[in-house]
Each structure stands twice: as structure tokens, then as C-alpha cells.
Write a protein that binds this ligand. Structure first.
Ligand code: MN
Length: 500
């Protein structure tokens, strides 16, 4: 069970697919409760269809399936099945509460309140984040459902128009994934990122995937030998791991690392790593010792995230060694509890243990994390930028006064912005305001800026000087085109009238 990876089912599901999964940890009464919720939601959504052309019920059913793979509390599964009912059908929350009780209704109320996040101006954006954090503070389970909801939506993005696809992918990468990360939900963070990745950087996605596939096929047999040898040596010292397995690095996370390393794959040792899951803490350190006894560790690559956990609570021992034939291998060593927390984060607290009892939900790290995160994000927009993932170091998002988003490269200027709205806005651009302040036209824009372009309809055209500072290809081309056109019309005029 330590190797469980969440997969997004890509076939049509039946309620049996869900209950079969749940039967591993739920009793008959709970299964009946789930079935009742499914029938309730199915009836409420009636003949509604998804944009992809499948019955609407497939969406909540798949989201519930994703969560059931984590062996999550059955009430969360039930709420997930009905999460879109109040927003998309005539059935009210009151009716749900009557049938399913206040706990379920409370979660669905939280999700409905969240509504749909949209990029419409900084104010609305901040307002949406605020809503999200309030919902989280009230009941973190709402956020867990929201993640599953979003993961399924991302996996069916094909059904949406291109513009909308991009927006959903950006939101997921900018808002959802960092929150999942901060909540320690590595598995969800990875899915949110890897599902958004191809829509935002299709070319890079293919490159990274190729790099990973190559590394995996090269290392597979070799890792098999390493795992065998490690298991044998551990047995000699009476350590019985719960599980040893190979793990592939998530694609977007590999992409970020490749960028940091200037695309030098040879410097990245964890494209594929070996993970050893153990019963207790002392076994972890003993295992580290054994691994170092068999293979020589690389200098400076031993990391004790157990003694010093990462800020999001991640705990494990990492070491990179020279394996057989001097090939480099990374090991990740952890207990079962650490593994669960690393994959599922706060959601692990709603996970059933082997006895089927719910783990205590109190005194959790997430409460602290949440308070920190909330403070960070809501104090001002500047903090919001710090939270953004690397992606936003190379791209910025600026807003028109109407709240439309213009996506530009870093250090783009108001002139780039103007040409991205329309070439006429660019050609007639006479000045600009950033967040209500008049600025010079070469001022670098920052994410979240609200940019107002002041146009002058009598303006003849762009200034050749703009070519010295614009950052986008589009602006350059349009400026040049307009300058040439002006020149030729001036020339025509001169030839006809002899006047300059
Ligand atoms: Mn939904």
C-alpha cells in the first residue's frame, strides 16, 4: 500500500468501480451511503452532459474515485459525489442536508461558496483567494475535494475552447498547485502541475517527457539490480522494508530542475530514484548506514529531512551513491507515516488506518501552515508574487482596467502590453498608467499590474525609439510594419505634392 499512486481514470466509470475501491476499507452501511449519494447526484444532474460529451455524473464520480484511491474518509467521498449539485441543478443544499446530514451539507456549502475561480482583475483575484482561504480555514476537507474536482477538470480540458483551457491550466499551476504543495500534498501537487504543463508549454512538455522516458528505460534493469542488492543486504542486518520501489520524478518538477541546471541532464540524479519505506524511524537511519556501507555516497548529497523537515513538513532521508559500475543513484528513505504524509499531506489525516478507524483530525500542521499562508497572501499583492511558482518568473500577467489578462514575458513594457491588446492601441499609444500612476513607456511591468494605455487618436504612429525597449516579437513586428507604412505614405505624398 505504500506504493499507491493516484491515477486519473480515463474510462467511463460506474458506481461499482467506486464501491469496489471503497470496499477495501468501508463497511456495508458506508457503501450504502455512498450509493445513495451517487443516485441522488445522478438524479439531480439528470440529462446534463459534460463539454466532453459524457454524462455529467462522470465528473463527480471520477473526482470521488480519485479520493477513494487515497482511502479517504467516506464522508468526503459522499460530499464529492454531490459537490456540483447546488450550483448546477435545482436541488438545494437544504435538501441535501435533510437527506445526508449537516456534515456532508457543510462541505458542499463550502465548495459552492468557493464558486469558480476566475482571472478577472486583481481585486477579484484577491477576493477569490480570500474566499478560498476562508473555506479552507472553516473546513480543510473542502480544499481536498476542490483539488480532486480540479484534477478531473484538468484531465478533460480537451473539451474546452483553447482560451479557457489555458486559463484553467494557469490557475491550477499558479493557485492550486502551490497550495497543495504548502499543505504537503505531493501527489496532488504533482498531478495539478503535470496535467497543466502540456497546455502551457507543449514543446517543453514533450522534451521533458522524452528525457524522462529515456532515463527510465535506461535505468530500469539497473535499478532492479540495485533494489535486489539493497533488499538482500538489509535482510542480513534484520531490516525488513515495508516496500522498496523505483520512483519517476514528476514532469513539471523535472522541468523546473532542468531550467535551473540549464538543461544539463547529467547533473540531475533523481529522474528515477529508489524509495525505501520502513516500519520505524531507527530502521531509516540503519538503512542509510547499510546503503552507505554497500555503495560510496556522493559528497554533500546526504540530506536529513527527518531531523530538519522541509517547510511544508516533508520528511525523508536522501542520499546519492555511486552504485554498480559507478552509476549514480538517489535513495529516499522514510517511514510509512512519513510516506503517507509526503504523498497526501493534510489529506492523510482523513485517511483510514488498517483498523478502519479515522485518525484524529486535531492538532495538525495544516492549521499552522494555513495561518502562515493566509497572512502571507492576503497582506498584499507583493507577497502573492512570492508564492507564485517558477513559471511566473519568466511570464507575467498584467490586467487591463476591465480585468482582462494579458500574458507577457518578464520585463515587458506598456508598449508591449498595448500591442498585445490591438495594433491600433499600440500605434496610437501616447502614455501609460500602471496602477493609476503615470509611468514612462519603457517601465517594466510586473505580474498583477493594472495597465491603462492612454491613446491619442491624432497620433501618426509608433516612435522608432520604442524598438529599443520592447520585449515581444509581436510588438516589434507591428512597430516595424507601421513605420514602413508611414514611410511609404510619406514618400507617396512627397512625390505627388513635392511637400514633406
Ligand atoms: Mn466540479
Amino acid at each position: 500500500m505504500a506504493t499507491r499512486n493516484i491515477t486519473v481514470p480515463n474510462k467511463l466509470l460506474s458506481v461499482q468501480d467506486l464501491t469496489e475501491l471503497l470496499a477495501k476499507y468501508c463497511n456495508a452501511e458506508q457503501l450504502a451511503f455512498v450509493r445513495k449519494a451517487y443516485e441522488f447526484a445522478d438524479k439531480a444532474h439528470g440529462g446534463q452532459m459534460r463539454k466532453t460529451g459524457v454524462p455529467y455524473i462522470q465528473h463527480p464520480l471520477t473526482a470521488a474515485h480519485i479520493l477513494a484511491q487515497m482511502e479517504i474518509d467516506v464522508n468526503i467521498v459522499v460530499a464529492t459525489l454531490m459537490h456540483d449539485v447546488p450550483e448546477d441543478t435545482n436541488v438545494t443544499i437544504e435538501e441535501i442536508e435533510l437527506e445526508f446530514g449537516p456534515d456532508i451539507a457543510g462541505m458542499i456549502r463550502g465548495i459552492t461558496k468557493l464558486g469558480k475561480l476566475k482571472y478577472r482583475g486583481v481585486e477579484r483575484y484577491i477576493e477569490n483567494l480570500r474566499k478560498m482561504f476562508m473555506a479552507m480555514a472553516e473546513d480543510i476537507r473542502v480544499m481536498i475535494i476542490k483539488f480532486a474536482d480540479r484534477i478531473h477538470n484538468l484531465s478533460t480540458l480537451e473539451g474546452l475552447p483553447e482560451k479557457k483551457r489555458e486559463r484553467v491550466a494557469i490557475e491550477s499551476l499558479e493557485i492550486y498547485a502551490p497550495i497543495a504543495n504548502r499543505l504537503g500534498m505531493g501527489e496532488f501537487k504533482g498531478l495539478l502541475e503535470d496535467l497543466s504543463f502540456p497546455y502551457l508549454f507543449p514543446k517543453e512538455y514533450r522534451q521533458v517527457k522524452e528525457i524522462r522516458d529515456k532515463a527510465v528505460s535506461e535505468k530500469n534493469i539497473y535499478l532492479g539490480q540495485i533494489i535486489k542488492k539493497a533488499a538482500a543486504e538489509l535482510k542480513k542486518v534484520n531490516i525488513e522494508p515495508v516496500d522498496i520501489h523505483g520512483r519517476e520524478k514528476q514532469l513539471y518538477s523535472l522541468f523546473q530542475k532542468l531550467q535551473r541546471k540549464k538543461w544539463d541532464v547529467s547533473g540531475i540524479h533523481d529522474v528515477v530514484a529508489v524509495r525505501i519505506v520502513l516500519k520505524n524511524l531507527s530502521d531509516c537511519y540503519a538503512t542509510l548506514g547499510t546503503i552507505h556501507h554497500i555503495w560510496t555516497p556522493l559528497k554533500g548529497r546526504i540530506k536529513d529531512y527527518i531531523a530538519q523537515p522541509k517547510p511544508n513538513g516533508y520528511r525523508s532521508l536522501h542520499t546519492t551513491v555511486f552504485g554498480e559500475d559507478g552509476k549514480v543513484v538517489e535513495f529516499q528513505i522514510r517511514t510509512e507515516a512519513m510516506h503517507e504524509e509526503a504523498e497526501y499531506g493534510v489529506a492523510a489525516h482523513w485517511h483510514y488506518d488498517e483498523n478502519g478507524t479515522r485518525l484524529p483530525a486535531k492538532d495538525m500542521r495544516w492549521a499552522q501552515e494555513l495561518a502562515k499562508l493566509q497572512k502571507e497572501i492576503l497582506t498584499n499583492i507583493k507577497d502573492l508574487e512570492e508564492m507564485k511558482v517558477d513559471f511566473f518568473k519568466s511570464r507575467i500577467f498584467a490586467f487591463t482596467p476591465n480585468g482582462d489578462v494579458i500574458d507577457l514575458p518578464e520585463d515587458a513594457t506598456p508598449v508591449d502590453f498595448a500591442y498585445h491588446i490591438h495594433s491600433e492601441v499600440g500605434n496610437k499609444c501616447n502614455g501609460a498608467k500602471i496602477n493609476d500612476q503615470l509611468v514612462s513607456l519603457d517601465t517594466p511591468l510586473r505580474s498583477g499590474d493594472v495597465v491603462e494605455i492612454i491613446t491619442d487618436k491624432n497620433r501618426k504612429g509608433p516612435s522608432p525609439d520604442w524598438l529599443k525597449f520592447v520585449k515581444t516579437h509581436l510588438a516589434k513586428t507591428r512597430i516595424k510594419a507601421s513605420l514602413t507604412a508611414n514611410q511609404s505614405s510619406w514618400l507617396k505624398n512627397f512625390l505627388q505634392t513635392g511637400k514633406k
